[in-house]
Design a protein around this ligand. Structure first.
Ligand code: EZ4
Ligand code: CO
Length: 412
């Protein structure tokens, strides 16, 4: 048996450098610190309580090296399985234990996952504009910064405000870190699927006309379509060769994707709101999708996401991990270690964190020439500045809600 390392101290912090992050810190008996991301956008305090009130005491004195056993203990032990709160909590514990194991071994986590399968992880950035002209500016900004793949979202004529479309970047502002305007009471946005379906193909045609056929382009429909509408959109975008169409339907109805899949060859990506391999069971075994959108933060950490990706690999399905700014730099680092290690990597979403966030979380991952890299520091490679973090307390902030023009609540 190897040298024993016990978990001695469990701390949970909630900090808000422009947005809320929940971070778990485990300290071992010999002073090694591991960090995990437990941020669940808009429900942050529920996970903080789950960790503080129901997990912390169970971790003290446990063997830090036994990652798989701790994962199973927290998954099977409580009787109640899965769900975003539980799985975000397990994710944070899992990441922190991998961080500790890496530091004890003196190796970056990707080495513990089998080592490098590639030079770096192809990243895609977000470009949006209320108009096509504003979108072009945003695309050019990303290309200037080295991005080699781009997600595009635009406003829809007749709709005042569309999720994921920030204030236009024409005013010289390079990034929109908060495109969705999270507020203490959710903003109400409006939606008209027919107007959207009429508008989007023309946007892609215009972008292809200016930026050429080769630039990988992605698009997110944020779960707003029925399976038949998803099929229509996929078909109408086929001439523009998308890298993927994301979340075309509210995909907890996994069978609904059969309709989309049978009608279009546009590649499909799904799963940022999922938290378990079981959410994907039909999607993967019937090969109804091409890319898995989960994050390490919401799918049981590195252990949960690794198992999911190995299952997906059997069906030639690749990764496209969720990387919005509501995944903390710790969660981002966890994803990057997997990105360079697994064979079935596809692409990594990358919304840069703002400077204030990067002052709280000191990262060592890099973005060079379109590729992200987790770096060579032992463990995950992220440090938490607790002094700066504690000066930035939790601030209530919710995603907008989405209504049809007659006022009906609509899907995300
Ligand atoms: O709306 O992370 O693909 N990315 C996305 C994100 C999600 C937010 C929700 O918390 O859809 O912007
Ligand atoms: Co999305």
């Amino acid at each position: 048996m190897g040298r024993s390392v016990k978990i001695e101290k469990v701390d949970v912090s909630v900090t808000s450098p422009g947005r809320n992050f929940v971070t778990l810190k485990l300290t071992t008996s010999d002073g090694v610190v591991g960090l995990g991301d437990a941020t669940l956008n808009g429900r942050e305090l529920a996970v903080a309580s789950y960790l503080r009130d129901h997990v912390a005491a169970l971790l003290v004195s446990r063997e830090a090296h036994n990652i798989e056993d701790t994962w199973q203990y927290l998954y099977r032990g409580p009787y109640w399985r899965r769900g975003p709160v539980t799985m975000a909590a397990i994710s944070a514990v899992d990441m922190a234990l991998w961080d500790i194991k890496g530091k004890v071994a003196g190796l970056p986590v990707y080495q513990l996952l089998g080592g490098r399968s590639r030079r770096g992880a192809l990243a895609y950035g977000h470009a949006s504009g209320t108009t096509v002209e504003a979108l072009f500016t945003a695309i050019n900004n990303l290309l200037d910064d080295g991005f080699k793949a781009i997600r595009i979202q635009t406003g829809v004529p007749g709709l005042a405000k569309v999720y994921g479309v920030g204030s236009d970047q024409l005013a010289g502002q390079k990034y929109d870190y908060e495109p969705s305007g999270r507020t203490a009471v959710p903003i109400e946005e409006d939606w008209d699927t027919a107007a959207y379906l009429r508008h989007i193909p023309g946007v892609f045609e215009a972008v292809r006309g200016v930026f050429g056929p080769a630039l990988p382009l992605l698009h997110d429909a944020h779960h707003r379509l029925t399976p038949n509408q998803g099929a229509q959109l996929g078909r109408s975008l086929e001439p523009f060769g998308l890298f993927w169409l994301e979340d075309c339907t509210p995909s907890e109805n996994q069978e609904g994707l059969r309709r989309v899949r049978s009608q279009t060859t546009t590649p499909l990506a799904i799963g940022e709101v999922f938290n378990s391999v079981f959410d994907y069971q039909t999607l993967i075994t019937e090969q109804l999708i091409d890319y898995v959108r989960s994050s390490a933060t919401h799918t049981g950490g590195i252990t949960g996401l690794r198992k999911l990706m190995d299952f997906a690999a059997i069906y030639q399905i690749k990764s496209g991990f969720h990387g919005p700014t509501d995944v903390s730099p710790v969660g981002m680092a966890a994803a990057l270690h997997l990105d360079v290690a697994i064979h079935n990597f596809g692409i990594q979403e990358y919304m840069k964190h703002n400077e204030q966030t990067l002052g709280v979380f000191r990262t060592s991952y890099t973005f060079v020439d379109g590729l992200l890299d987790p770096g060579e520091k032992p463990g995950l490679g992220v440090e938490l500045d607790e002094e700066v973090a504690s000066a930035l307390p939790y601030t209530p902030a919710y995603l907008p809600v989405n209504r049809l023009l007659d006022g009906t609540m609509h899907d995300w």
